[in-house]
Design a protein around this ligand. Structure first.
Ligand code: GCO
Ligand code: MG
Length: 403
């Protein structure tokens, strides 16, 4: 039996905070898992250090399913982002160990490659439509086959997904949350103009995506979906919050625009009706926030029965460890759709050396045993934790709204 000798949490902030769990076995194999929950990092770090790591010592490192059940059922308190992110850290590290022990890239243990590479989408954004189109053209020149478009809304400052001159996306800022202002009335006419300009400038041989970031009511979402139909978006994401899964039926009744949901979901139960009632087209749950490879595969298997495809969340606040693991999942799962890909900063890439590589619009996880991502602990130690919060959003009359 391969026993767990140690389990340690490493918090580092090479530009933004990342929480990593490192597990070592008695015969010296190490594995790592991402356990980062943007803006709530230390809650997961403490959950792991105080409540999970002590129970891992001496356990069978190969018994991944048993450990998953032990952490899920054994906590008594089920689900929730903190718990499921902590479980994901353990689960990802154990899959990394198992694949290293087998001497195989992780995707081989998940059934082998079901495709040549992983289609990814990049993020083009700008304060104006023209700026966003210019950014999209740059992605096209780098070979991207799918591009997410976000632009500013005249009269509103600090729009989600638009990061101006800053080179890398950083939604969390030090201190208490920054406050943005929102108006759906101002936003709704802008997106069809953005998509019309994009089709005009980029043509039809590219997938275009957009994220409404939970800000519309179902009927507003239905309207946006209809307005965008002529431009054939690949998907529109998070049009309305998904706590009320049933509300997506209303959107569906009005539009054939494809719907993607799930980056804030953390268990199969959060998506059960969305999937089984075929209310969405893409499920965006991630390795890190949805209980690791073990649970995400279960979600994908359910989704496959209902022709729902995967589209894993891959923002820059999910660490390269999550990206590496996600790419093995993406390569092997039958109902893969697309993978979000936001590049990390150079500092982050240096702290997390990785085998995955981008070429011609696709990522490939590489052929290194395990998930192919490591952590340089000496370098990580040079970037101590820095408190940061995600913004909040208010309507123009001051009412607190969804960010
Ligand atoms: C996306 C997401 C992110 C989130 C971020 C929150 O589609 O990539 O919406 O941008 O806002 O991950 O931490
Ligand atoms: Mg999103």
């Amino acid at each position: 039996m391969l026993k767990i000798k140690s389990a340690r949490v490493i918090v580092t902030s090479p530009g933004r905070n990342f929480v990593t769990l490192k597990i070592e076995t008695t015969d010296g194999i190490t594995g790592i898992g991402d356990a980062t929950l943007n803006g709530r990092e230390l809650a997961v770090a403490s959950y792991l250090t105080e409540h999970v790591c002590p129970t891992l010592i001496g356990r069978d490192a190969q018994a991944i399913e048993d450990t998953w059940q032990y952490l899920y059922r054994g906590a008594y308190w089920r689900r929730g982002p903190v718990t499921m992110t902590a479980i994901a850290g353990v689960d990802t590290a154990l899959w990394d160990i198992k694949a290293k022990q087998a001497g195989l890239p992780l995707y081989q243990l998940l059934g082998g490659a079901a495709r040549d590479g992983v289609l990814v989408y990049g993020h083009a954004n700008g304060e104006t439509i023209d700026e966003a189109i210019e950014a999209a053209k740059r992605f096209r020149s780098e070979g991207y086959l799918a591009i997410r478009l976000q632009c500013g809304v005249p009269g509103l400052k600090g729009i989600y997904g638009v990061w101006g001159k800053q080179r890398h996306y950083g939604s969390a800022k030090a201190g208490v949350p920054v406050e943005n202002t929102w108006s759906t009335t101002k936003y709704l006419p802008v997106v069809p103009k953005l998509f019309a300009a994009a089709r005009e400038a980029l043509g039809w041989d590219v997938h275009l995506l957009h994220d409404a970031h939970h800000r519309l009511t179902p009927i507003e979402a239905a309207r946006l979906g209809k307005d965008l139909e002529p431009f054939r978006p690949f998907w529109i994401e998070d049009m309305t919050p998904s706590e009320n899964q049933e509300s997506f039926r209303l959107i569906r009744h009005h539009t054939t625009t494809k719907l993607a949901v799930g980056e804030v979901l953390n268990s199969i139960w959060d998506a059960q009706h969305l999937i089984t009632e075929q209310l969405i087209d893409y499920i965006r749950m991630s390795v890190v926030h949805a209980g690791g490879i073990t649970h995400l595969r279960r979600v994908a298997a359910l989704a496959d029965l209902y022709q729902v495809r995967t589209g894993c969340h891959g923002a820059a606040d999910l660490s390269p460890v999550c990206m590496g693991a996600a790419l093995h999942f993406d390569l092997s799962v039958p109902n893969f759709g697309i993978q979000e890909y936001m590049r990390h900063t150079e500092e982050t890439d240096a702290v997390f050396p990785h085998a995955y590589k981008y070429a011609d619009g696709m990522l490939h996880p590489g052929e290194v045993p395990g998930h192919g991502v490591e952590i340089d602990e000496a370098l990580a130690a040079k970037f101590p934790y820095r408190q940061a919060s995600l913004p909040v959003n208010r309507l123009e009359d001051g009412t607190l709204y969804n960010w």
